[in-house]
Design a protein around this ligand. Sequence first.
Ligand code: SF4
Length: 474
Amino acid sequence: MNLSPIYKYGEKQEIYCQKIKDYYKNVLKIKSPKAFVKTYGCQQNVSDSEKYKGMLVNMGFCLTENQEDADVILFNTCAIRENAENKAFGNIGWVKNLKKANENLFIILCGCMTEQKNIIDKIKLKFSFIDLVFGTHSVHKFPLHFYEALLNKKSNGKTSAKAYIKETEDIIAEDFPMVKNNNLKAFLPIMYGCNNFCSYCIVPYVRGRERSRHSNEIISEFKKLLESGYKDITLLGQNVNSYGKGLEEDINFPKLLKKLDSFEGEYTIRFMTSHPKDATNELFDVISNSKHIAHHMHLPVQCGSNKILEKMNRKYTKESYLKIIDYAKSKIPDIVFTSDIIVGFPGETYEDFLETIDILKKVKFHSLFTFIYSPREGTPAAKLSDPVTKRKKTARLLELLKVQEEISEDLHKKMLGKTFRALAESFLPETNELLCRISGNIIVEAKGEKEKVGNFLNVLITGYKKDSLKGKII
Ligand code: SF4
């Protein structure tokens, strides 16, 4: 049974949104307050920010792209890599200057970073000018926490409210207002959290346990997106293809896809991120028989060495991963695979690394997100001894990228002369080209008119480089 409580946006949130609106108008005397939202990290965070923006609009804020203009600045942060945290801290530090010039400026920090104790300690020590800090478990209480922090700021007579909210309940937030970034492509979260505990990953600690939304909620949101003209909808989840576990209804990820595939009209369904342990034959059977599901799967392999995969707690072997790929290709010959690779995991020898090169050559991924391993405090892998130098790891990464470039170029070459159905997503006025996305999630640049944006077109591949494709609309 799914025990996660569901919180629907409603009267409770609206009351606090109205109070904030009144506060800005009557107490702070700001007629049209502006809010700036900066998002770091993955699509899940982009989707959460759409909710924060929706609530900010209900609080009477206009959204601005310029943080110097803003009365509220919200940073929605990411914890996946140290780099992302350093970037966020760099920007937050800069905002301190804005606060000196405007003591009414209200600064909010939320997202994955703020679920970590060491980060909260750092904020208290060095970034105490931030007014409100809350984590991923508090999306539904944003209006309440914001209002209370505003009052606190006023009553303590100081320039910051210093509210640190820590909640641990794994919730599902439904029916929240949203401001979408795009009118063709949309993200639709279908599950939250992760139960896998890969040894290098902080996500299960900051996003909580796996929980799935009820399929009727997803289907009704999906239908609304189609009715509003969205043509490319990506289902989101930290382990998206594990969808349905713990729900009372008879559903799993392939069954949900089948339902979403059943609507009229031309549209594409994408999903990410998939875990190999849930990449079942049933899933590929559904994709191969579908009208709308993209022939693309981002399936992180991380490494080709069984010894390292075990240390990573990935729950599959090189052989079982390759078996999945073989089955998928037998059912969907034009399927495009992309992946994530971590180079230099603690204990990785050059022989282990060569196993990764081997899996690249066997699968022929179209493209990769590659990372040199960096430890995340609080994860089991951070405690492993790591004798390989950064220099060696960088050399391995460069070697891997060279192999991948050749694979990508070769795959592009094989597409030459073929015609693909593609969605014209945007127009480049400098070159009069349309950027068109094919089912396999590859962009093709083709001459065309701006008015075609938003349409599905037939594109003939006429040229290629290792990192791009040229085409002709036919
Ligand atoms: S599957 Fe592993 S890497 Fe992905 S979010 Fe879960 S724990 Fe992290």
